[in-house]
Design a protein around this ligand. Structure first.
Ligand SMILES: *Cc1c(COP(=O)(O)O)cnc(C)c1O
Length: 391
């Protein structure tokens, strides 16, 4: 006879329905985010007139650009960088008029009015971009600000040496364009000893002086890791992104940043298996003996990368529990044989990302970087934002 519905899960005590419904809970510590931003402020405090901006592209590295933007604004951040116009519009909708928002790479022609309507400043990446923005500035009379990106060795976006040479020869190309920031971007800043860092800095400075320094316009080259290369990289603006969200900007050393993200999956079932049984698609895990397997309600559709199959580690309390079998779309399976049963029970929350297995750890196991883990954090998680309202 079917038992009357009985719920042993502590889940039933969760009042918020969205958190109760979700298979996994993503907690985002906005106080830690603010702390990380202030860490950068302290680092650049000796560099005269250096401001700490924040890069919050890709939905705030997966954590929600609005929450992130507001919390950083409360901490004192005034300059933000996003990737696309729509990201800029979304951010503007929650930020005050005094927030400066740059769009790192966007199609400008045809979008000029949308940009100024939302007070978004494009980054001009080519002579073509400059000419389009100049034409618009002249015809609208708005003199709307833009940033200028000089490439110093990335060869993705930005004016190349030839373009800079053209401006040096003909400064008129820039006249009538309100340039409020000149920036470049480092390719290897997470490798502190890589000579390319100094080469790019020199190349950027040479390019700047060849176009006359643009009358004291603010300059910027450092991302999260770049700030750690030393004060000569700070200039007048630093642009940290990933480290604000807790990823280690100095991979060769201990992580100086506070952890922002915790991801806890719920145990849906615990089952005992024995040889010769297998677990999951492709039967890639074969039980070595008696094993306790817990099935967790999160999978690759939630950003638990499939490369973590037979490779990831979850934590049940303080106990490590290795992923066994393949990561599937909505589920993963972990071996909880070594975890006390009163901890590894149905409804219990298991750390997929947590104090013992931070983002960088998951990334290393998945063969990728923290950036990819964060920006893949899925839409199905129940999200909890903590702190961030205090300075
Ligand atoms: C993404 C990005 C940043 C931030 O880089 P992090 O490594 O996340 O700190 C800074 N500047 C530019 C141009 C970027 O594209």
């Amino acid at each position: 006879m079917a038992k009357k519905h009985e719920n042993h899960s502590p889940d039933s005590s969760i009042e918020n329905a969205a958190l109760r419904h979700a298979g996994a809970i993503l907690s985002i510590d906005l106080g830690a985010l603010q702390k990380n931003w202030r860490t950068y402020q302290t680092m650049v405090s000796k560099s005269k007139n250096c401001a700490v901006g924040a890069v919050i592209k890709a939905r705030g590295y997966g954590l929600d650009a609005r929450h992130v933007g507001v919390a950083l604004g409360v901490a004192g951040c005034k300059t933000f960088f996003v990737a696309s116009i729509d990201e800029g519009i979304e951010l503007r909708s929650v930020m005050g008029d005094d927030a400066e928002i740059f769009i790192l790479g966007c199609p400008i022609g045809g979008n000029e009015h949308d940009l100024v309507h939302h007070a978004l400043s494009p980054v001009l990446n080519s002579l073509e971009d400059i000419s389009v923005w100049k034409k618009f500035s002249n015809s609208s009379g708005l003199n709307a600000p833009a940033a200028l990106h000089l490439d110093s060795g990335m060869n993705r976006l930005g004016l190349g040496a030839g373009d800079v040479g053209a401006i040096a020869k003909n400064p008129d190309l820039l006249s009538g364009v309100n340039i409020s920031l000149v920036m470049s971007h480092l390719a290897c800043s997470d490798e502190q000893k890589n000579p390319m860092n100094q080469e790019q800095l020199t190349s950027f400075k040479n390019a700047l002086s060849s176009i006359g320094g643009l009358g004291g316009v603010r300059t910027s080259i450092a991302n999260s890791s770049g700030v750690f290369l030393g004060p000569e990289y700070h200039m007048e603006m630093v642009r940290p992104g990933v480290a604000l969200y807790g990823v280690n900007p100095t991979p060769e050393k201990a992580n100086p940043m506070a952890q922002v993200v915790r991801l806890q999956g719920k145990i849906l079932q615990v089952r005992e298996i024995d040889t010769p049984q297998t677990v999951g698609y492709g039967a890639t895990h074969k039980a070595a003996g008696k094993e306790l397997i817990a099935t967790i309600a999160a999978g690759y559709a939630d950003g638990i990368l499939r490369s973590l199959s037979n490779n990831g580690v979850a934590y049940v309390g303080e106990y490590p529990a290795p992923y066994v079998g393949r990561v599937s779309m909505d589920l993963i399976t972990i071996n909880v044989s070594a975890v006390p049963e009163n901890i590894a029970h149905v409804g219990a929350l298991v750390d997929l990302i947590g104090p013992n297995n931070p983002v960088d750890d998951m990334a290393a196991r998945a063969g990728t970087i923290g950036y990819e883990i964060l920006t893949n954090l899925g839409p199905r998680y129940g999200r909890v934002y903590v702190g961030g309202t205090d300075k």
